[in-house]
Design a protein around this ligand. Structure first.
Ligand code: NDP
Length: 412
């Protein structure tokens, strides 16, 4: 590896293979946690050096995700206090960002899947392939070492350079531009896992799938993917404008959740209130029937609001169907009516991040079926805190947010 003392301004890069000893990065620190607008600050930090099995990537673009908001707020955990947990030196700062695209600038010993100069996209899941769980045949996603880069571990994508494991790198398909490649893996690929990974409940042609937050990052990708699998996506949204956007992506129709009030905890409802809850849940279910044009319930419900919506998700899920949940934006504590779980043999399945196989299936949809992540807005480097603040407000979000690190003029 060749090093230089020069610091490159953001948007410029040294010759391929030359590593600046210092780089620009957006960091969070404990004393700044709170509002994403002020939690992130640009600093100059040491460029991380790739060790055995690791790759140094010059980031061209990075995806903005909700975990950047959680990290900036310091809740539910202060990621700075735990960023040394997975083999890195603990640092008083944390670089967030769990997906990106870029060019390989250096590789550590033993790296064989990529080489300097390769165009790659970087996924956020990391694990120690030498841990005893994986060595004994366990699947990486269930290993105690499995964690999310840029959230649970440091040196994420919001920097000129990132140090990642070789297993995080996939060759960038030519059909995706830098921005698209940067935003595949934190939402599109986990969505693919939610729809297609869980044995016994894989999405099939003709299935109805209910998609919460259809206009958001996960939701927009879920609609696109469901259509490619021949399924019938029904979106849930908070405005007609967002609903129309979902229809433009291929949703069969949408439900405006603002027409309902039966959200949240159902454990302390008196019998009268429970009847009201049931009335609204039934109305909600009937809207699905009228969108689909027949009495057909969703065999998969794609859940991520959590606390407010899980009871309704379970209620409307088809017999033997699956509510698959990957987050809890509206609250971690949820209540359900268990009768709908066991009597109708439904499944509530947790799903988190993805595996290389899920990534390959997603990228094959990109290459063979023209799948693209939907990008709402491209922010410039200095707008990164604003991008998180906008996402936290959730006002105009339709599709993914990207932060551009190296301009198109360098290479597109
Ligand atoms: P977005 O902000 O893009 O979308 C979330 C959507 O949720 C919004 O568009 C909004 O749509 C909807 N929403 C907001 N409040 C409510 C509510 N009270 N009830 C129902 N829907 C609501 O976020 P993402 O799609 O990127 O991520 C969603 C969640 O999934 C986050 O918590 C994120 O951390 C998690 N996630 C988890 C992953 C994993 O692998 N574990 C992967 C990616 C994301 P509208 O207002 O139109 O209803």
């Amino acid at each position: 590896m060749t090093f230089t003392d020069d610091i490159y301004e953001v948007g410029k890069l040294p010759p391929l293979g030359v590593i600046p000893k210092k780089m620009h990065a957006w960091t969070i620190r404990t004393e700044r946690l709170g509002d994403p607008l002020t939690a992130f600050e640009e600093e100059i930090v040491d460029t991380p050096i790739p060790r055995a099995g690791e790759v140094l990537v010059a980031n061209y673009a990075a995806g903005i995700n909700y975990n950047g908001i959680w990290a900036a707020r310091g809740t539910p955990q202060n990621v700075i206090t735990s960023n040394g947990r997975y083999g890195d030196k603990p640092e008083p700062f944390h670089i967030c960002g769990s997906e990106s695209s870029g060019i390989v600038y250096a590789v550590g010993e033993g790296v064989e899947n990529v080489k300097v100069g390769d165009e790659v996209l970087i996924s956020g899941w990391k694990y120690d392939r030498n841990c005893s769980y994986i060595k004994n045949g366990g699947e990486p996603e269930y290993s105690p070492t499995y964690h999310i880069w840029g959230y649970e571990s440091n040196w994420g994508a919001f920097a000129q350079f990132s140090r990642v494991l070789d297993i995080q790198c996939e060759k960038k398909p030519a059909c995706l531009n830098w921005n698209e490649a940067a935003v595949c893996t934190a939402t599109g690929v986990p969505v693919n896992r939610m729809l297609r990974h869980w044995s016994g409940n894989k999405l099939r042609e003709g299935d109805v799938v209910l998609i919460w937050g259809g206009a958001g990052g996960l939701g927009s990708s879920a609609i696109r993917q469901a259509v490619l699998y021949g399924a019938i996506p029904v979106a849930v949204v908070s405005s007609d404008e967002r609903g129309e956007y979902c229809k433009s992506l291929g949703a069969a129709g949408y439900i405006n959740r603002k027409n309902y009030t039966h959200w949240g905890n159902i454990s302390n409802l008196d019998p009268q209130e429970y009847m009201q809850w049931m009335f609204q849940a039934t109305q909600f279910r009937n809207e699905i029937f009228s969108i689909v044009g027949k009495k057909c319930l969703p065999s998969i419900v794609l859940e991520h609001p959590g606390g407010d919506t899980l009871a309704t998700s379970l209620f409307v899920c088809a017999n033997g169907g699956m509510v698959v949940l990957c987050g809890a934006t509206t609250g971690y504590l949820a209540t359900i009516d268990l009768r709908y779980l066991w009597m109708y043999q439904k499944r509530i399945q947790g799903s988190h991040a993805a595996s290389s196989d899920d990534c390959k299936e997603y990228l094959s949809l990109c290459e063979s079926r023209g799948l693209r992540p939907d990008i709402n807005k491209v922010y410039q480097w200095n707008e990164l805190p604003r991008a998180h603040a906008d996402m936290a407000k959730g006002n105009d979000l339709m599709g993914k947010y990207v932060v551009r690190i190296v301009p198109d003029s360098i290479k597109e």
